[in-house]
Design a protein around this ligand. Sequence first.
Ligand code: NAD
Ligand code: ZN
Length: 341
Amino acid sequence: MKAVAKLAPGPGLSFITAPIPKIGRRDVLIKVKAAAICGTDVHIYEWDDWSRKRITPPLIFGHEFCGDIVEVGEGVSSVKLGQFVSVETHITCGHCFYCRQGMGHVCETMKIIGVDRDGCFAEYVAVPETACWPWEIEVPAEIAAIQDPYGNAVHTALSADLVGADVLITGMGPIGLAAIPVAQLSGARRVFVTDVSEYRLALARKLGADYALNPKNEDPVTFIKDLTQGRGVDVLLEVSGNPGAIKQGFASLRKAGTASLLGIPSKPVEFDIANDIVFKSIVVKGINGRRIWDTWFKGQALLAKGVDLSKLITHKMPLEEIEKGLELMKAGECGKVILYP
Ligand code: NAD
Ligand code: ZN
């Protein structure tokens, strides 16, 4: 099969011909229908500090995808040959302290597809049957391929009570963008968003943001306070990882509000715990990945109810053009980039 791999430490990628993966007793083989590029793939491509520490080449990378099951191991019972599935990127062990209590999203020995084991920038991928999400509704392949970032958005947004709430989402990457329709359909009163990229702010308006603010042009804290009787928003969803956005997010949050943080700063961030959390009586939640499978059921239900992610998909190309897609991601001149192997 054809595949895209990191063959040795260092920047770049290689187009290779690889053997079709062999499956174990409880694995399935998936023929990839559509894959999507994630920020993590850009890190692996560029070979940043994180990749140097985490990735052991050779590795076929890529982890956002969907496809058809074309082979099943003899012990497989939960999915069938021919079934169309999306895949949960985080492979959990199923028996650690956390998994046994329904908290697989923080599994002690979690393995990530396309990071710790071969991924989806290929014609075929082998995964455990337990990582498959068989759809109960009709979903186009492009949408089924982006359930990882969409799930992150669902997990973040639904971690707070959104009904009637003024919500601020900082960072309009794919996850922040996907959180807009989720918040709107989940009962938010108004959705404010920030980003420093006009391209991303334009996408945010298309996805349904009520107020799309660029901190380079205006102070979002003043803007938000003016529209909330000086109080601030009820809920902050921090999805940028940018220290400035984190600071503005907390400053825009009302007393006793909820802050859900998914963005990952590249280094430790200085923070005024006393004034921004303690005296304001703020609830802070850390959001890691997706709850397995609660987030998926909620995400599916929201898609069925009308969450429209089609405008989030801005580019489609054959796998051979992946470098073009990675460059678009680096420049931030895209929503989701879909690849067809
Ligand atoms: P991304 O990293 O491209 O999105 C970040 C966005 O923040 C960009 O559009 C950027 O322009 C914007 N930004 C930069 N400075 C800003 C500022 N001062 N104010 C407002 N916005 C600003 O794309 P993403 O894939 O959506 O990822 C978002 C974040 O979530 C990243 O930090 C990523 O590492 C993290 N992440 C976390 C998890 C998790 O499980 N916790 C999973 C995936 C990604
Ligand atoms: Zn576990």
